[in-house]
Design a protein around this ligand. Structure first.
Ligand SMILES: O=C(O)CCC(=O)C(=O)O
Ligand SMILES: [Fe+2]
Length: 335
């Protein structure tokens, strides 16, 4: 069973949770298997055109739970517990994402895509896991200390997914297949009452830069990293601002000491509100990427086939917004 815990003195994020009954879990699983029989892959436009329509056949309690989450302005995450996992047919955890598309894990990619499509449209990045829409999060040899999701010994610092890009996701979906040592996915948020108005004003100004993280692996000219222009960290209605933050990949614009101080105060707040959600097999977490940041606690990888394994999707609410970055061939794959 998932546990949610705050490890610090800070405030807790708002998380909504749904526990499936055995019947609901079975119904969802049956629909998933029917999709898998009819469509060769989750990423095909044939399937994605119908994903939302097919999702209508999911149990009503799941659909209305997701719809409430979608409409809320203040919910940082939603967790659905109790999806059926056929452990007897699930292969050993692969040691690289390249080997993540196994027959036994495939049904959960379908399930994740169906549920995600009730929140929006799934998108992928050409430069990330070869443009796959459903990606795999597994610890990989040689990546233990890296700054990306295949790390293990090192904490994956909190971040807005793809904070560097205007086309970043509105939600990130994480479906847990294995998590033997109950490693926490972390979640944090900003309560604007915790920062002085002057600092909030600075954070609303275009005085910050975000670099693209190293999970994007396409060729870049030597010495050059793709980065955002100068942008604000907080946007939208000051009453409930949207947050864009990445502990490892953000900075103030060069020479701006006032912005540096505001960023330092923001980081302190986000650190102190950091909360752990230890996903159990069959749990699905949707993070609201507009108002929450997420990451992961460190753990010791085993590389014995029993390691932690998640399926992941990025979801946008409006494909028109991301169209500016999409490839010519596929409006769901961004460059
Ligand atoms: O492994 C986790 O729990 C989170 C990983 C993560 O941040 C991601 O895959 O985007
Ligand atoms: Fe992430």
């Amino acid at each position: 069973m998932t546990s949610v815990s705050s490890v610090s003195e800070g405030s807790l994020p708002k998380i909504t949770e749904l526990q499936l009954t055995g019947n609901e879990s079975e119904e969802a699983h049956r629909l998933t298997l029917a999709c898998a029989r009819r469509h060769p892959e989750t990423d095909t436009s044939d399937f994605l055109r119908f994903a939302r329509t097919l999702a209508c056949r999911l149990p009503m309690r799941i659909l209305s739970f997701l719809e409430e989450f979608r409409q809320a302005e203040d919910l940082h995450a939603a967790v659905i517990h109790g999806h059926h996992i056929a452990t007897e047919t699930l292969e050993p955890t692969p040691s690289t994402w390249q080997n993540g598309r196994t027959p036994g894990s495939r049904p959960y990619s379908w399930l994740l895509t169906l549920l995600a499509s009730w929140l929006g449209d799934v998108i992928g990045w050409q430069s990330q896991q070869s443009g796959r829409l459903v990606t795999d999060v597994v610890p990989s040899p040689g990546m233990e200390q890296s700054l990306v999701s295949s790390c293990s010994d090192r904490e994956l610092s909190w971040h807005t997914e793809d904070a560097w890009s205007e086309s970043r996701a509105d939600y990130v979906g994480l479906f847990c297949l294995r998590n033997p040592s109950h490693v926490g996915t972390t979640l944090s948020f900003l309560d604007t009452r915790d920062l002085p108005p002057k600092i909030l004003t600075v954070l609303q100004e275009a005085r910050f830069v975000f670099a693209r993280d190293e999970s994007h692996t396409d060729e870049e000219p030597p010495g050059e990293t793709r980065r955002s222009p100068n942008v604000p960290v907080l946007t939208g209605n000051p009453r409930c601002p949207q947050l864009r933050a990445d502990r490892d990949f953000m900075a103030e614009r060069p020479g701006d000491a006032v912005a540096r101080n505001a960023l330092r105060m923001l980081i302190t707040q986000l650190d102190s509100n950091l909360t752990d959600i230890a996903l159990a097999p069959g749990d699905l977490l949707f993070v609201n990427n507009r108002i929450a940041v997420h990451g992961r606690r460190p753990f010791t990888p085993r590389y014995d086939g029993a390691d932690r394994w998640l399926k992941r999707v990025n979801i946008v609410r409006d494909l028109w917004r991301t169209q500016v970055d999409s490839t010519e061939e596929n409006n769901r794959i961004l460059v």
